[in-house]
Design a protein around this ligand. Sequence first.
Ligand code: SF4
Length: 357
Amino acid sequence: MSANESTATDVSDAVADRATVRAWLDRVPQHLVVTPADEAADRAAIKQLLKQHNAVLVAHYYTSPALQSLAEETGGLVADSLEMARFGAQSAASTLVVAGVRFMGETAKILSPEKTVLMPTLEATCSLDIGCPADQFSAFCQQHPDHEVVVYANTSVAVKALSDWVVTSAIAVDVVEHVLSQGKQVIWAPDKHLGRYIQRKLGCDDILLWDGACIVHEEFKVKALQDMMHLYPEAAVLAHPESPYGVLELADVVGSTTQIIKAAQARSESSFIVATDHGIFYKLQQQAPDKIFYMAPTSGEGATCRSCANCPWMGMNTLSNLRATLEQHNNRIEVDAEQGRLALMPLQRMLEFRSQR
Ligand code: SF4
């Protein structure tokens, strides 16, 4: 197989383009403006309903501050996707309410099949998941049967079921390095930016990359970031590896959401430019209250906004649809039993790998 740029191009027909993503988003109704009184009523009702259903709320760092603070106040968790799933599996609650995107609810269900998993909306997905359809990915893998298949957590149950490893951004490099050290070749999917980061970190250009991207992180711009770095020369740059490689080359720290938060706490700088979804600012400000955080720019000089780093799917999670879900006990995540069984193996392999490090 040729170099990875051409590999990515070879599978480009399989990838959801922006029109597909836009069409998906357009069919979801916009939410109404919420008054403080509405918000207070929703929070009180949700607290009561969580108790009534023996349920726990787990929220991703990219959801709204309202949801993150509610998860914290009710004994739930705010975390990255891996910690959300692990927490759910260990919780005594019989119902897990997952505020995030669909693959997170599915991962929780795979790891806790005996529990009820609800989500505020089942429409919240991810451009990486959409861009890696299982049938096309299966055909790609069949063309390379001698390769170990390593997929990112941001994938469907069906894609996970096709894989040898499921990884999060926190341990993607370590797992691929481990697989390569066994003399195996690797297919990486679906995020091409994270894939290229792994290639360059490991100095291994022949990892086969699927051509997917996160529509949020892909928008971070190198030139605009350089301009911002000149404006705030004292600030360190923290970037998520789903960002384009040019952005990662400028970063002082490249890491998962949890690693970004830890870096902000531990580093000596007092200000940071952050290249990931703006939802993380809630936790950054909570965990490092004396420090200053700037959103990395996502648009050129002619645009009307400096940063549009908001995941539209994460934004579909609201207090009002969370309340409605708990009242109606709907929006359940169901996973095909056989696919769930197959997807559990690569997930468990990741958890075991992580526990040994
Ligand atoms: S921020 Fe990107 S990777 Fe994360 S859920 Fe949204 S589209 Fe997917």
